[in-house]
Write a protein that binds this ligand. Structure first.
Ligand code: SF4
Length: 317
């Protein structure tokens, strides 16, 4: 089966082998972050709608399960934009739990919709919520995340604090630093105070490692990362590799489809995909070459590494 909304598994430093569900089907988001891996937001909105129906997503998830591959460590709602914008998110979580009982359900979110009590109640159905909060300095927040409308970092922070009180699962907060944009001491001070109040189960301070939306978006130095991590008293960094299961054996045609679905959502190198899909690098390289030949995928050099991504991944100059 060719999957439109199920992708991966991808190897996530925070979650292990994560099977992704795309709840948007297009680049639909309440932000247009300069570092976004999936490309520039096409529809910048706060409107909640069934952009993809829960039924369509769950039909694919059931088909993936029926293939009998090694089950993922976690099923993660995310994809090409902000999953909370899908008004059928609660049905997706419930359906995924029925199909994969005992497997954690996680949601990646930019937290902007947590100002809405209904969204917080739906998110509370998950086991792990991974919100991002890159800056509490208004100007930095606008520059790095380029949100829809007039959402303020203070409002998002308040929504997150309310959610902490309502949610009994785990919160993994992510802070992504871009050099010269949100790596100020003022932001570090505000986020340190915020983390003391939020008490997330873990904090991951990361920097951009893949091609982003805006050319010239640069990662911070290793020293800066170390200083922030020490200040925020976090444990593991987001790049800790997870254990992967034994190599899967699957037909090349099927591997090509999985690689294509994965690259449409996230630029990756061949070794990264090989780890995530439990496949031999040679087979992955062959799949990527077939996709490049067919015009579905292009390559891009970035900091000495070759990343591949879908041809729809739009960059800004
Ligand atoms: S990084 Fe996340 S929040 Fe930012 S534009 Fe991309 S999908 Fe939206």
């Amino acid at each position: 089966m060719a999957y439109k909304y199920v992708f991966g598994p991808v190897l996530s430093g925070r979650l292990g082998r994560s099977l992704g569900l795309d709840l948007l089907g297009d680049r639909i988001c309440s932000m247009n972050c300069i570092y976004c891996e999936v490309g520039a937001t096409r529809n910048l909105t706060f409107e909640r709608k069934p952009y993809v129906s829960a039924a369509d997503i769950l039909i694919e998830l059931a088909a993936w399960k029926a293939e009998g591959l090694t089950p993922p460590d976690v099923v993660t709602l995310g994809g090409l934009g902000e999953p909370c914008l899908n008004s059928e998110m609660a049905d997706v979580i419930a359906g995924a739990r029925t199909l994969f009982p005992g497997t954690d359900i996680a949601v990646l979110t930019n937290a902007t919709l947590m100002t809405d009590p209904e969204v917080r109640a739906e998110l509370a159905l998950a086991d792990i919520v991974l919100p991002s909060m890159d800056s509490l300095v208004e100007m930095e927040f606008c520059c790095v995340n380029r949100p829809c409308g007039e959402v303020s970092p203070e409002a998002v922070a308040q929504g997150l604090l309310k959610f902490r009180k309502e949610f009994s699962g785990k919160i993994f907060l992510e802070i992504l630093l871009v050099e010269g944009v949100n790596d100020s001491d003022e932001n570090l001070g505000l986020l340190t105070d915020f983390c003391k109040r939020l008490k997330p189960d873990r904090v991951d301070v990361v920097t951009t490692t893949r091609p982003g939306t805006v050319k010239g978006t640069r990662p911070v130095e290793r020293d800066t990362l170390s200083r922030w991590r020490a200040e925020l008293e976090m444990g593991k960094c987001a790049t800790c590799p997870a254990e992967v299961a034994d190599c899967e054996v699957m037909p090349q045609e099927h591997l090509v489809a999985l690689v294509k679905a994965s690259l449409l959502r996230r630029p990756q190198t061949v070794p990264q995909m090989a780890k995530a899909l439990n496949a031999d690098q040679k087979l992955i390289r062959r799949a990527v070459e077939a996709l490049v030949c067919g015009g579905d995928v292009v390559s891009r050099e970035d900091r000495g590494e070759t990343f591949y991504h879908g041809t729809g991944h739009v960059l800004e100059e």
